[in-house]
Design a protein around this ligand. Structure first.
Ligand SMILES: Cc1cc2nc3c(=O)[nH]c(=O)nc-3n(C[C@H](O)[C@H](O)[C@H](O)COP(=O)(O)O)c2cc1C
Length: 178
């Protein structure tokens, strides 16, 4: 299938983690992968708060779960919190002129780089968009005016089994103009 397709196929949302800490070097690699991600006007409008401490992680887990959602995060010992930064003037002017949300797009791309790097290092990830932003900012001492856009749960997966992807077909999602 090719190395690239193997990697993107092996990335899947992991919702069961082993009780095993993640090596700091692996998390640094994930941030290095995010670092080289493209962004509008090369603005790099991101900051990553890396939580790699069992005690703090359990507090983060409390901020990303409620009665129904994300209960599985209690087992997770590492998180990367994706914080939106202002970016540069050109990207902000462009976003305004073109009425596009480039910063969210940029953060999404960087987040996927993190997940793919983690996958390549035999780690499991789950991107989380459901969290208590206010509580999370308070816990991690993040400026009230900033936005946390995503949280990535990271850890060693309980199983290495890769699920079949449930996706729309190529025909459904694309139009070729030839
Ligand atoms: C922006 C975004 C937010 C998400 N939020 C959550 C979440 O809060 N909780 C969760 O369990 N999964 C969350 N997911 C994971 C998706 O459910 C998952 O990517 C999708 O169902 C496809 O499955 P896969 O990741 O295993 O391929 C989120 C994914 C994205 C991209």
């Amino acid at each position: 299938m090719g190395e690239f397709f193997n990697l993107i196929n092996n990335r899947q949302s992991c919702r069961k983690y082993l009780d095993k800490p993640v090596e700091k070097e692996k998390l640094i690699k994930c941030i290095e992968a995010a670092r080289v991600a493209p962004s509008a006007c090369n603005s790099q409008p991101w900051h990553f708060v890396v939580v790699n401490n069992k005690e703090i992680a359990s507090k983060v887990a409390m901020c990303v779960q409620d009665k129904v959602m994300n209960k599985f995060t209690s087992e997770c010992q590492s998180f990367i919190i994706v914080v939106e930064e202002n970016g540069n003037l050109t990207s902000r002017a462009g976003a305004l002129m073109k009425q596009q949300d480039y910063r969210s797009v940029d953060l999404g791309i960087a987040t996927e780089h993190i997940c793919l790097s983690a996958t390549q290092q035999d780690l499991g990830t789950c991107i989380l968009g459901w969290f208590n932003e206010k509580e999370l900012k308070k816990l991690l001492n993040i400026n009230k005016l900033k936005r946390i856009r995503l949280v990535v749960a990271i850890g060693y997966p309980e199983t290495n089994e890769i699920r079949q992807k449930t996706r729309k077909s190529v025909n459904e999602i694309s139009t070729f103009m030839e």
